[in-house]
Design a protein around this ligand. Structure first.
Ligand code: ZN
Length: 160
């Protein structure tokens, strides 16, 4: 999954594609698998921990993430038609960066734990609970599928 993908250009804010609400994936075919491979290659090359399809100009509900590869533990994930099915009541504040908004980190408060349901490349439903960096990344990437950027959610700079 990590090999053989093409590195694609990443769109930058204020590209209007980054503001669209992406429609669901309906075809689980070879083209989708190729898109996922390309997105992983692009994410690793950036280098980043997550990348959503609209960031490479594809308006479709798919994102890739790997929150541990920078620590030497590759864990490539492809999440298709993801939905948050549960959110913890506790928020955590993290400084988020975005490959489409380079150089402008944003302090964002989000639930610290979320349960996601999504489809794999085979179309099968999966569910998992994410916490820590994985929860931050997944919520950031799902926002991209709805045309939302982390700078939209940025808290004031002054720490409370
Ligand atoms: Zn982003």
């Amino acid at each position: 999954m990590t090999g053989a993908g093409r590195v694609l250009p990443i769109l930058r804010h204020p590209d209007p594609v980054l503001r669209r609400i992406c429609p669901a994936v309906t075809a689980f075919d070879d083209d989708l698998a190729a898109l996922a491979r390309d997105m992983l290659a692009t994410m690793y090359a950036a280098p980043g921990r997550g990348l959503a399809a609209p960031q490479i100009g594809r308006e479709t509900r798919l994102f890739v993430m790997d929150v541990t590869w920078k620590d030497g533990v590759p864990d490539p994930r492809v999440l298709i038609n993801p939905e948050i099915t549960w959110r913890s009541g506790t928020d955590a504040i993290h400084v988020e960066g975005c490959l489409s908004v380079p150089g402008i980190p944003a302090r964002v408060a989000r639930p610290d734990t979320v349960t996601l349901r999504w489809q794999g490349l085979d179309g099968a439903l999966r569910s998992e609970t994410f916490t820590g960096m994985a929860a931050v990344c997944a919520q950031h990437e799902i926002d991209h599928l709805d045309g939302i950027l982390c700078i939209d959610r940025a808290l004031p700079d002054a720490a409370a």
